[in-house]
Write a protein that binds this ligand. Structure first.
Ligand SMILES: [Zn+2]
Length: 95
């Protein structure tokens, strides 16, 4: 799927087995590359998937941000979303 991130189009691609093959839950091309692709492993548990997508989108939007800050931000957003949605009785399950 194509999504706009910080005024540029990015292709978001599910890559089964990415975690095993690349020892990464997700990957993000550099913003200056022509391909501009974010890849994620669709086999991740849902909140790790949320963490991973926020992480990679943050890399795409803020390429100068440090890996440490991006990592912390993705985990914080996933944790807060999970807490708020659980508090509001939402349940996220795979179809
Ligand atoms: Zn990263």
């Amino acid at each position: 799927m194509k999504k706009m991130i910080n005024r540029r189009w990015w292709n978001i691609v599910a890559v089964p087995g990415l975690r095993e093959a690349h020892a990464a839950d997700g990957e993000c091309d550099h913003v200056d590359t022509e391909r501009r692709e974010i890849r994620y492993d669709p086999g991740l548990p849902v909140w790790l998937l949320v963490d991973t997508i926020v992480h990679e989108v943050t890399h795409a939007a803020f390429p100068m941000a440090s890996e440490h800050d991006v990592g912390r931000f993705g985990t914080d957003v996933a944790r807060v979303l999970k807490a708020v949605l659980e508090e509001q009785c939402y349940e996220i399950t795979r179809r």
